[in-house]
Design a binder for this molecule. Structure first.
Ligand SMILES: Nc1nc2c(c(=O)[nH]1)N[C@H]1C(S)=C(S)[C@@H](COP(=O)(O)O)O[C@H]1N2
Ligand SMILES: [Mo]
Length: 305
């Protein structure tokens, strides 16, 4: 079995540069969209991005052009065209609440952390999925630096609120409970699979994928993986979150991928991998049961959607 992660080696960096070169050569030749194919070719020759179950990563082009990011509207195929105005620097992330050493991190400091590559499955509650080669570091590493207090039981995340640059925060969608917020139980947040992503496919994160910093929790529905993080707080009570406030019937706090629990709006038995035609069965915990099922021993996963 392929390991879930590998650290970024000098060869890895070399590949990244090679990929960029091939990509820009394709652009110069006027092939435009061919850059991601050039990229895939270069990866396959040497070390393809494959998850531990053998699935190849979704193409970079698809990952960049099919997005859920309500701050930029509801049309998944248009998000990438609307993010250009978002100002990604300067950027700071405040980490506070019930911890002994609350801190403000400058983005540069976070991006200087050593990173790993993790090829993760991503399953949206709407029934589509992708395989994404993330680059990032475990959230645990950040939380340990602020020293959570014994009373901290949950972690609350908050995304950027900047209506001037985020059209979904104005007009009709402006009525949603902005800013986008999410939460995890502290042990979920400390789990090794839980990442802060800084990039994908060996490149810096694109705005539409949640730049400059984004949460990734691969065994939960995609809405837990909050983009554009600006604040992280350790708290005592289970936090209410954006989608739970907006539509409690269709969204829950735990949101562990579970083919046996459907929501009124979506059945969850199967999913369509973006780029594929036939649906495939959805796996409990999105295929990560071996690593995470123990976190929920004794919990009624039907009740705690
Ligand atoms: N801030 C913010 N984060 C968000 C969302 C959002 O609307 N706003 N959508 C979520 C949902 S529903 C999904 S499926 C994933 C999509 O991530 P991707 O576009 O990088 O594939 O982002 C999640 N994170
Ligand atoms: Mo989603």
């Amino acid at each position: 079995m392929k390991p879930l992660s590998r650290s970024i080696t000098p060869e890895g960096l070399y590949l990244t540069r090679r990929e960029l070169l091939l990509g820009s050569a394709a652009m110069l030749l006027g092939l435009g969209a061919a850059s991601s194919h050039a990229h895939q070719r270069s990866q396959k020759l040497i070390d393809p991005y494959v998850d531990e179950l053998g699935s190849h990563a979704t193409s970079l082009r698809r990952i960049l052009r099919y997005n859920n990011y309500y701050e930029f509207g509801q049309d998944k195929e248009k998000v990438f065209k609307k993010v250009g105005k978002l100002q990604l620097r300067p950027w700071i992330v405040r980490v506070g609440g019930l911890c002994h050493k609350p801190r403000t991190f400058a983005l540069e400091e976070l991006l200087a952390q050593p990173t790993e590559e993790r090829v993760y499955r991503h399953r949206c509650v709407e029934g589509w999925s992708m395989v994404i080669p993330w680059e990032g570091f475990p959230l645990r590493r950040l939380l340990e630096q602020v020293e959570p207090m014994g009373s901290a039981r949950f972690v609350r995340f908050r995304a950027l609120q900047r209506p001037k640059q985020m059209p979904g925060q104005r007009g009709l969608l402006g009525k949603l409970p902005w800013p986008y917020t999410e939460g995890l139980r502290l042990d979920e947040a400390m789990h090794d699979l839980t990442l802060l992503a800084t990039g994908l496919y060996g490149r810096p994160l694109a705005a539409q994928n949640g730049a400059p910093l984004r949460l990734v929790v691969p065994w939960k529905y995609g809405y837990k993986s909050l983009k554009a993080i600006v604040r992280i707080d350790l708290v005592e009570q289970l936090p209410t979150t954006f989608w739970v406030k907006a539509s409690p019937k269709n969204y829950g706090f735990y949101a562990n991928v579970n083919p046996d629990v459907s929501t009124p709006r979506w059945a969850q038995k199967s999913e369509r991998r973006v780029g594929e035609y036939k649906r495939r069965p959805t796996l409990p915990f999105n295929g990560y049961a071996e690593q995470v099922a123990g976190l929920y021993a004794g919990m009624d996963l039907k009740r705690w959607f």
